[in-house]
Write a protein that binds this ligand. Sequence first.
Ligand code: MIC
Ligand code: SF4
Length: 653
Amino acid sequence: MKRTLTYKILKSHLVGGVLAPGKEIAIRIDQTLTQDATGTTAFLLYESMGAGAVKTDLSVSYIDHSMSQFGPENHNDHLYLQTVSGKCGVCHSSPGNGICHQVHLERFGKPGATLLGSDSHTPTGGGIGMLAIGAGGLDVAVAMAAGPFYLTCPEVVGIKLTGKLNDWMAAKDVILKLLSILTTKGNVGWIAEYFGDGTGTLTVPQRATITNMGAELGVTTSIFPSDKETKKFLKAQGRADDYKPLTADDGAEYDRVIEINLSELEPLAACPSSPDNIKPISELAGEKISQVLIGSCTNSSYTDLMMVAKTLKGKKIDKMVEFGIAPGSKQVLTMLAKNGALAELISAGARILESGCGPCIGQGFSPADGAISLRTFNRNFAGRTGTKGDLVYLVSPETAVASVLTGKITDPRTIGIDYPKVEMPKKFLIDDSMVEKPLSTGDAEKVEVLRGPTIVVPEAAPKLKENLFGKVTLKCGDKITTDHIMPAGVFLKLRSNVPQYAKVVFNCFDEEGEPTFADRALELKKKDIASVIVASESYGQGSSREHAALCPMYLGVRAVIAKSIERIHKANLINFCIVPIEFADPADYDKINQDDEIVIDNLIEAVKNSDQITIEDKAGSFKFIGKLNLSSRDREILLAGGKLSYTLKQSNG
Ligand code: MIC
Ligand code: SF4
């Protein structure tokens, strides 16, 4: 049988189940990554498992998200993560070393290996032929303790790339094109595998932009073959030994094929406020802008920023635009500093930010009311910038730099500048001094784990009850992202303190002068009434943050009833014992309303044995069927009271 690259890697890591689309499989995880915003919970839960030193080939803990440090919380988290990493045999990447995905690609990722990361953009590693998957922190903690990762055996969509990108066209335009075709909805359970002659024309950083933003499709991951470009990149990173060639078999059969001719692309933008709201730049050109930001794990590579610096050389940006650049890693920033490109950027008018997530996660640079912000990032969910009603357009660095010169949305092909081709360096500057390597067992034992007072161990999930009596605390619409459920930005510093962080669950829906979602849910919890969330399509899109399950769980949310639920969020709900229910008939969504009191009888019995469950209005005005789309393991986890209890039960026999 002619195999896809995806199936080859899955096969070599399979430890349970059979490789048949739609069936649950278990795979061995070679590497893990965590970042600070999800990492504290992941490590607190890891410690609760009493697992000792990590059992993976490599686990890296990055500090890159929460670096604004207003108040002691962030630094408390950093110190905890640094010391707990030392204790558990985990590499620690210090703040300033760079964004987890960029650094992992540069310094650690390996073709053919599996990577599980507590961040939804972990698929960036697919750019060098890794099978790299995002998950909740608890799933990553289990993988660090040698537990397999369970997933639905995917269907593979082959993305056939032909042709070659023209001047001023970018990898970002490729993934925006794909988002215009596949959208952010309905791709759960798929993996996107790139093949065709066009793949060989793309460099590793370009491929990584595409696999990174594949997260926005909602697919499990995206992957490119490992070929001579991969070899060139790894060699330039001083890691030639990590290279191995990997491709799909000739004539491999994909479950679906989408063809994109790179030569025919035109510059695109994702318009407010969804990554799949795609329009050609030609339609938007001339629109006045107030802000341009270049960076994030999608577009902050050395080659991206060199292209920007070369375009700006000797020029000044438009006076009405504020311009920020966040280089993806210390490697990128140092190289720009050494070759003079940084000076060109500063002299053109850029504000240089530290290497980290920064404005991508709402830490600074919130745009003015009504101001258009052009960003090379991967997400433009409403309000993610910290400004209500924000107007964020996601574009390529090429479009961003052209626009910062003119002060308007601009097609880079029209600015009359020759495209500054940037060659991949033969050798990247290698300095891993901001990565602490795992200690010897003796030294690890001596490490004192620092736990600042703002770090609170999360409460265990409560057990399911046979009959659920609840109230619909919120009814929401389509595409509710985890940013809606659990805002980041200024609240990011509360990630290690669930009772505090839970106060802002769904705060985007709170009305001034009215009790907040959290108040309403806690009030019900006191009376032993469960909160139930009702949602439409694609509930839980976006980030992997398990706080979007953990904090609602703390507030007493016990079930989510939606038309569809996204992969990582559904797993997080199960991990924290919130029952994910899908409408058997989507039309039933219209029957149920906020504040309805509902009854779900025989819940435990249904979770044990049934694929469906009856949801009834207490007042008797409706009754409908919900689907329990659960694997037998999901059922066991729910019945055990969540994944932590399940894992402890398993390890105690
Ligand atoms: C994001 O881009 O939304 C984040 C912040 O990186 C999240 C992780 C988090 O919420 O900490 C993600 O993508 O998973
Ligand atoms: Fe950081 Fe933004 Fe990437 Fe998330 S998407 S990891 S916040 S840079």
